[in-house]
Design a protein around this ligand. Structure first.
Ligand code: CTP
Length: 408
């Protein structure tokens, strides 16, 4: 999944020959799952038709303050368009438009929308070599950067005039890559590695039977997605779960038993910055796995169980710089038990679920948590969707890994 997926992109097109490349640009944004609206300056329509762009963007294309349709005149509200956008890209951005935007001129719809937009703005300049090198163009670009806008570097090569040099608009793929990288570099978990355990474990009794539990994996998968969406590279170690997840930053490792999960968690732990152990690991497993299917012989059957290794506690013993988070499911005396676990297992924080709370637990799509940190600060949260709970958990971790206190 791209950082641009689900985002609203406003594309402003001005009158440069590179305008013909905006058809590809719109397609690439749509392919990544973004929603695209296009505003064209009147003169840019000589280079590419609004019909092409409305077909590709699946949205009407605006160019004037009023659309004349039959008897009705529709006002294109530039303020609404500006506020709609998550990101505003002006491509190609001609020397004329750069200069007008740098100076607050607003005599067309695109310029007025720029003045009223509040989102991050990217410019992909396109012009001839000498226009690009002119001090007035440099001044416009500097001014726009001073306003907090971002300039996507021009490419070098053959220009429409036949001259060769700097001034070509960056290729559509490069514009997208630039914006994606720029957004990623601003994400709070960029460069961080996060290990997450999720789901149940199955402990084999014989070749056809096992001891398991009702954990769906939903909470852990939601945490993995929340962390990846904030730029983290995630190792998601999952017990048997039918949850699906697709994100280029998430590596899923499927395991079955507590022993498998222990091995996988230890394999990756040294290399991560944060570990969140949300899996419902079996506390006991059959002492001996029977090789053949157990036959029904007597009216009772005794299974001897032995404790599994506590993955969380074992990571607490070896942790150095890692921020280690455990989960606790309690039925009574919740806060005190959870605080005890933080100390016993050497955790940085614990996420507490109480079975007393309606809507919390395994199979639901909601959860109600309390986060307790190693300084024993207790923070209760409302009942929320598991996706929203996951964001709360990740935000609380970000607040703490950013603080000096974590490294004491
Ligand atoms: N956990 C683990 N490995 C185990 C058992 C549990 O990593 N073998 C982790 C879970 O992923 C979760 C936390 O420990 O983060 C939950 O522990 P829990 O079973 O609630 O606590 P226990 O210490 O086993 O205490 P009790 O069962 O007495 O509540």
């Amino acid at each position: 999944m791209s950082v641009l997926s689900g985002k609203k992109i406003l594309l402003g097109i001005t009158a440069g020959i590179a305008a013909y490349k905006t058809a590809s640009l719109v397609r690439l944004f749509i392919k990544l799952g973004a929603d695209v609206k296009v505003i064209m300056t009147p003169a840019s329509k000589d280079f590419i038709t609004p019909l092409t762009l409305s077909t590709l963007s699946k949205n009407p294309v605006h160019s004037a303050f009023f659309d004349k349709k039959d008897e009705n005149e529709l006002w294109n509200n530039h303020v609404d368009l500006g506020l709609w956008a998550d990101y505003f890209l002006i491509a190609p951005a001609t020397a004329n438009t750069l200069s007008k935007m740098a100076n607050g001129t607003c005599d067309n719809l695109l310029l007025a929308t720029y003045l009223s937009s509040k989102c991050p703005v990217y410019f992909a300049p396109a012009m001839d070599l000498d226009m690009y090198l002119h001090p007035s163009t440099k001044e416009s670009l500097n001014k726009l950067q001073g306003f907090g806008n971002t300039i996507i570097p021009v490419a070098s090569g053959e220009l429409a005039s036949g001259l060769v040099g700097e001034g070509r608009m960056a290729e559509p793929e490069d514009i997208l890559a630039f914006i994606e990288n720029d957004l990623l570099s601003a994400l709070p978990l960029r460069g961080k590695k996060v290990l997450i355990t999720a789901g149940p474990t199955f402990e084999a009794i014989d070749p056809v039977r096992f001891i398991g539990n009702h954990s769906s994996g939903k909470m852990g998968f939601a945490i993995a997605l929340a962390a990846a969406n904030l730029g983290a590279k995630v190792i998601l170690i999952s017990g048997p779960s039918n949850q699906e997840i697709e994100h280029s930053f998430i590596t899923r490792i499927d395991v079955v038993s507590a022993d498998d999960m222990y091995k996988a968690a230890h394999q990756y732990f040294n290399d991560v910055d944060v570990a969140i152990l949300s899996a419902a690991v079996a506390d006991y497993k059959p002492k001996n796995i029977v090789n053949q299917k157990i036959k029904k012989v007597d009216s009772t059957l005794n299974l001897e169980l032995t404790a599994t290794k506590d993955i969380l506690a074992s990571l607490g013993e070896i942790k150095k710089h890692q921020f280690l988070v455990g989960f606790a499911l309690e039925t009574n005396n919740e806060i005190e038990y959870a605080k005890g676990k933080i100390q016993r297992k050497n955790l940085d924080a614990i996420v507490l679920n109480s079975l007393k709370d309606k809507g919390a637990g395994f199979a639901t799509n909601t959860n109600k948590i309390t986060i307790i940190d190693k300084n024993l600060n207790v923070k209760p949260f409302e009942l929320k969707s598991k996706a929203a709970v996951a964001k709360d958990i990740i935000n609380e971790i970000i607040l703490r890994i950013g603080s000096e206190d974590h490294y004491k």
